[in-house]
Design a protein around this ligand. Structure first.
Ligand SMILES: Cc1cc2nc3c(=O)[nH]c(=O)nc-3n(C[C@H](O)[C@H](O)[C@H](O)COP(=O)(O)O)c2cc1C
Length: 313
């Protein structure tokens, strides 16, 4: 018998007023709008579904090649290809609404007004439970990382989205900055209910025989296990400084890697590239966290969050 008295540990967490039955969700852009994954992973078991980034108008993204395998990860320069917010509402959202799982819509704009317009349309649509504001994509010329790289513009986008929605606003940060804590604090001050980090790290790969870049976009975003130590470090730094919940993303492929983020201070986690190897990764992570809590006699995931012992002095 452990200290839970035989009761199953609670996996529930709350993010900006939204209660999730467990802290595990897919990362934006690696799960489409859910349909492709439904045969492999019961969507009802997820803490939430996070959609592919949605913009005001449809986007075709960057020309191919736009994906490249790299050691312990991948480089992508998809360039935020998506159906646009109106088609999302009429064609994709009805599918997601049939599941008993909160929908977090990841949004993106080329200008501050566009972020606000997308937020407003999604808030009125019904069936979207929170917005994740991508100010961190490295693969587009306008918007994306341009907003996430400076505290002033991060705050401006956050405030504009907050002003156009009643939904919880999660701001997604880029690791491609000198000090992620200052961007996190600026977003929090501007009204973010939660922060997710990290997006991809800017990278590049070269075909040495042809002496050309592997990606048509030349540079791309690095994701997968290769980025995990950077993500864990940034989550730990940010969670120690902000009051709002942090969602950890970057290189999670199993329960052990998700646990690193929770112990570092993340209240929830997202699984991205790991799903391309095993589309059931999110479910394995949920089961593995539960087994860990049992094994350590913890009442719930709350006992784990931010439980890092860091006294090596
Ligand atoms: C193919 C691909 C597409 C992505 N598209 C988006 C996107 O639309 N919006 C976004 O905020 N992040 C996007 N990301 C970033 C992921 O959500 C995640 O932050 C990043 O990949 C790190 O996590 P991972 O190592 O588990 O993949 C994308 C990543 C990949 C690999």
């Amino acid at each position: 018998m452990n200290s839970t008295g035989g009761n199953p540990p609670s996996l529930a967490v709350s993010i900006g007023g939204l209660t999730l039955k467990n802290p595990v969700m897919p990362a934006s852009g690696t799960f489409g709008y859910g349909e492709e994954y439904a045969p492999f992973a019961d969507l009802n078991r997820l803490g939430a579904v996070v959609t592919k980034g949605i913009s005001l108008l449809p986007r075709t993204g960057n020309p191919p090649p736009r994906i490249m395998e790299s050691p312990a990860g991948m480089l992508n320069a998809v360039g935020l290809q998506n159906v646009g917010v109106r088609a999302f509402v009429s064609e994709k959202l009805p599918y997601l609404k049939q599941f008993d799982v909160p929908v977090i819509a990841n949004i993106f704009g080329e200008a501050v007004d566009e972020y606000a317009a997308v937020a407003e349309i999604l808030s009125r649509a019904g069936g979207v439970h929170a917005l994740e504001v991508n100010i961190s994509c490295p693969n587009v010329k306008k918007g994306g990382i341009a907003f996430g790289a400076r505290p002033e513009s991060a705050a401006e986008v956050t405030a504009a989205v907050r002003g156009s929605t009643d939904l919880p606003v999660i701001v997604k940060l880029t690791p491609n900055v000198t000090d992620i804590v200052e961007i996190a604090l600026a977003s929090e001050s501007a009204g973010a209910h939660a922060l997710s980090l990290i997006n991809t790290l800017l990278g590049m790969s070269i075909d040495v025989e042809r002496r050309v870049p592997h990606l048509a976009n030349v540079t791309g975003g690095l994701s997968g296990p290769a980025v995990r130590p950077v993500a864990v470090r940034m989550v730990w730094q940010v969670a120690g400084r902000v009051k709002v919940p942090v969602i950890g993303v970057g290189g999670i492929v199993d329960a052990a890697s998700a646990l690193e983020f929770l112990i570092a201070g993340a209240r929830a986690v997202q699984v991205g590239t790991g799903q391309f190897v095993n589309p059931g990764t999110t479910l394995d992570v949920i089961d593995g966290i539960e087994a860990y809590l049992h094994r350590h006699g913890m009442k719930g995931v709350q006992d784990l969050i931010g439980s890092l012992q860091c006294n090596f002095a």
